[in-house]
Ligand binder design. Structure first.
Ligand code: TXA
Ligand code: MG
Length: 336
């Protein structure tokens, strides 16, 4: 079932009942579409893992619509967490807390902590406020594929496997929330996302990035279990290419091997690719445009049937840190 853009009282009531009865509802957030179910209902949670084909040790993010809904889910809310909530909720920031007894281990992938966020999207907030349940919601894609930034992406992956898909149009940010944990003397980023390191720096002197993210071949386990899986990957093979002449040479080499190639280009460099097959993902001077379009362009290349995607590399500043994190995972770390 699907609706356009808005959700009225009757529809809200319907969706809310589906959730209360243990069903699965895909809904828009400001980051990507989520696949929601009652976070306190173990069989509903089983449904999420089954629909996505997700490994059961990869914990889910719990979404709330009111700050008061946090307390029953956690043991304690520290002062630094309070600052984070004040500053960034509703918004693309997920905070890790010690979980209370009420939250099933199934929801947290066996961890004694729980990840919580309040999304900044009218439809998501309306649903959360209506059902008054904490809603576990991973991105609404098949596990391993690019996250959905449009209801049509959810349909591609999950049609027939979920009870309702609520269509809210394109999502704004296009990459998932930033996952953070308060550590002794600062805030640690476990997954870069919509809230940037620079944003966090305005509130905290010490902002760290989980070392396992920066040095992937180290034997360190990432603190965010999801970061260890191959992810965000289209069917095509993705390569990250820093030098534009290497990119163009590689294009011709792959093509001479009979492969269909596509370039993920920034607006600034598009004129260099005139004779080649490329899609503009966004502008280097407006990094949020690249973030917003990344997952869609990966899916568009699949729809075109390309075998190889050559992607330009950006710097690691602001939202680009998250964009490059996702692209690196999509490429399985492959560079040319
Ligand atoms: O923007 C988002 O966060 C989207 C929308 C739908 O809200 N959701 C999302 O969920 O990206 P998912 O399941 O695709 O990613 C959840 C991430 C994973 O990397 C997981 O490892 C991490 O959050 N996570 C969840 N609980 C955790 C915990 N207790 N400790 C550390 N990491 C946790
Ligand atoms: Mg995901």
């Amino acid at each position: 079932m699907r609706w356009q853009e808005k959700i009225d009282a009757k529809e809200l009531d319907y969706v809310s009942n589906v959730l209360k009865n243990g069903g699965l509802v895909a809904f828009p957030t400001e980051t990507v579409y989520g696949l929601g179910a009652n976070a306190l209902d173990e069989s509903a949670i089983d449904g999420i893992y089954r629909a996505k084909g997700r490994p059961s040790d990869n914990p889910l993010i719990v979404h709330i619509g009111n700050v008061e809904d946090l307390e029953p889910l956690v043991n304690e809310i520290g002062n630094m967490e309070k600052v984070l909530m004040e500053a960034f909720w509703p918004g693309p920031l997920t905070i890790i807390f010690k979980k209370s007894e009420r939250v099933p281990m199934k929801t947290t992938g066996g961890l004694d902590s729980v990840a919580v966020r309040m999304p900044d999207n009218d439809i998501a907030l309306a649903i959360l406020k209506e059902c008054r349940l904490p809603i576990a919601a991973p991105s609404a894609n098949t596990s391993g594929k690019p996250s959905p930034t449009d209801a049509s992406h959810v349909e591609e992956d999950l049609m027939g496997k979920v009870d309702v898909i609520v269509d809210g149009g394109r999502t704004g940010i296009g990459l998932e929330s930033t996952v953070v944990e308060v550590v002794n003397d600062g805030v640690m980023i476990l997954r870069p996302g919509g809230v940037t390191k620079e944003d966090l720096k305005k509130y905290f002197e010490n902002v760290f990035i989980d070392p396992a993210l920066e040095n992937e071949d180290a034997d360190k386990q990432p603190r965010s279990p999801g970061q260890k899986y191959k992810h965000y990957a289209p069917k095509a093979e993705v390569y990250m290419v820093a030098e534009l002449d290497v990119l163009i040479d590689s294009y011709h080499i792959f093509e001479s091997e009979g492969k269909k190639v596509g370039i993920m280009a920034t607006e600034e460099n598009a004129s260099l690719y005139e004779e080649l097959n490329y899609i503009v993902v966004g502008s280097r001077t407006q990094p949020e445009t690249v973030a917003a379009n990344l997952f869609k362009v990966l899916r568009d290349f699949d729809a075109m049937g390309v075998d190889i995607i050559l992607a330009e590399v950006l710097d690691d500043l602001g939202i680009n840190l998250a964009t490059m994190n996702r692209l690196k995972k999509a490429a399985g770390g492959k560079e040319l």
